[in-house]
Write a protein that binds this ligand. Structure first.
Ligand code: 5GP
Ligand code: MN
Length: 317
C-alpha cells in the first residue's frame, strides 16, 4: 500500500468528520479520538466532529470522549470512517457519508467490502490505530494522541498477545510509549480491571458454557432476561469470549448475547484452525481470521446448529 499521510488527505478541508462502528471498542474509540486530537493539534480552527455511539465508561480517560455524539445533519469536506468493514457496521451514523464530499476509510479488516471511494485497508495491521500511526507525522503526535492510539493497539491485540501482534506493532507501541503515556495504568484500567458485575457475568458464562465438536468448540450465551436482571450492557461482557477461547483443547469459541428477543450478537474467536472471518461473513458479518462477529436470529440451538455446521466444515474438511 502506498504511503499516504493524513495531512495530505485533509489539505484545504475546513470541516472534517470522523466516525466508527456501532458498539465502539478500544480500537474504534482510540482511532476516532486519536485522529480528532491529531487534526486539532495541526490546526485548532478546523471543525472536527466525531460521530460515535456512547463511548464505554472505561475509555472516558481519552481526550475528547465527551465531544462525541450521533450524526444529526450537516455537510463535511472530508469524512473519515475508521475501523469499519462494511456500511451496516455504521448504524445510524452512515448518513454522514452521503453528506461529505470525500469519504476515506482507514481499516484493517480482511472482510472490508470497499464501500468507501478512498480506502486504506491493511489486513495485516494489528489495529486501525497501528495503521493511523503510519499515516501520521510522528513528530507531531502529542502524548494525548499517543494515549488514544496505544489504547487501540492494546485492545485489538489483547495486550500484545494475539497472533496479529508483529514486530512492527511492538515498534509502533514503543514509539507511542516514548510520547510519555502512563501505559501501565492504561492497560490495567481499561483492559484488566473488572467490576464486580463483569466478574459475575464472566463466571456465569463460564459455568453455563457447553463444549461440542469433541471439545474443539465452546459456546456460551447471556440471554436478554439475564442482561435485564443484572442491569448489564454489552460493555459488561467484554473479554468473556477470550476466556472461553483459552480453554485447553478448544480451537473455536463462540459467545452470544441476546440483543433482542431471539436475535444474538455473536462473537467468534479461534486459536489455529478455523478462519472465523469466513464463518462470520457467511452469516452477514465479518472481522478477522482469529476474531470476528455477526448477528443471527433464531433460538439458541438454531444459532449454534447453524454456526457449528460452518465451523465443523473447517475443522474436518
Ligand atoms: P467482537 O467479537 O469483539 O465484537 O468483534 C470481533 C471482530 O469482529 C472485530 O474486529 C469486529 O469489528 C468484527 N465484528 C464483530 N461483529 C461484527 C459484525 O456484525 N459485522 C462485521 N462486519 N464485523 C463484526
Ligand atoms: Mn480494530
Amino acid at each position: 500500500m502506498e504511503k499516504v499521510k493524513i495531512d495530505e488527505l485533509v489539505k484545504g478541508a475546513g470541516r472534517i468528520c470522523i466516525t466508527g462502528h456501532i458498539r465502539p471498542d478500544g480500537d474504534c474509540t482510540g482511532s476516532c479520538l486519536g485522529l480528532r486530537r491529531y487534526l486539532l493539534d495541526g490546526d485548532e480552527s478546523r471543525q472536527v466532529d466525531v460521530f460515535l455511539e456512547p463511548v464505554p465508561a472505561i475509555f472516558q480517560m481519552l481526550p475528547g470522549y465527551d465531544r462525541t455524539g450521533m450524526y444529526s445533519g450537516g455537510r463535511y469536506d472530508v469524512c473519515f470512517v475508521l475501523d469499519v468493514s462494511d456500511l451496516q457496521r455504521l448504524g445510524e451514523n452512515a448518513a454522514c457519508l452521503e453528506n461529505s464530499d470525500r469519504v476515506i476509510c482507514i481499516d484493517h479488516h480482511v472482510t472490508n467490502t470497499g464501500f468507501a471511494a478512498e480506502a486504506f485497508v491493511k489486513p495485516d495491521a494489528a489495529a486501525t490505530c497501528e495503521l493511523l500511526f503510519e499515516m501520521m507525522d510522528e513528530e507531531r503526535i502529542s502524548s494525548e494522541t499517543a494515549k488514544c492510539l496505544y489504547l487501540g493497539i492494546v485492545h485489538d491485540t489483547g495486550v500484545f498477545k494475539h497472533s496479529n501482534t508483529t514486530r512492527h506493532t511492538m515498534e509502533v507501541a514503543g514509539a507511542l510509549m516514548e510520547k510519555g503515556i502512563a501505559h501501565d495504568r492504561l492497560i490495567n484500567d481499561t483492559f484488566y480491571a473488572k467490576t464486580y458485575l463483569q466478574n459475575q457475568l464472566l463466571g456465569r458464562a463460564l459455568m453455563e458454557s457447553i463444549l461440542f465438536c469433541d471439545g474443539r468448540c465452546i459456546v456460551s450465551m447471556i440471554s436478554g432476561r439475564s442482561m435485564e436482571f443484572y442491569k448489564a450492557s454489552h460493555e459488561d461482557l467484554e473479554g468473556i469470549v477470550d476466556q472461553l477461547r483459552v480453554t485447553v483443547g478448544v480451537d473455536c469459541a463462540i459467545f452470544m448475547t441476546e440483543i433482542e428477543f431471539r436475535v444474538y450478537k455473536v462473537s467468534l474467536r479461534s486459536n489455529e484452525k478455523v478462519d472465523v472471518s469466513r464463518v462470520a461473513s457467511y452469516f452477514g458479518g465479518g472481522g478477522h481470521v482469529r476474531a470476528a462477529g455477526c448477528t443471527m436470529s433464531g433460538t439458541f440451538y438454531d444459532v449454534v446448529n447453524n454456526l457449528s455446521a460452518q465451523i465443523a466444515g473447517q475443522l474436518d474438511p
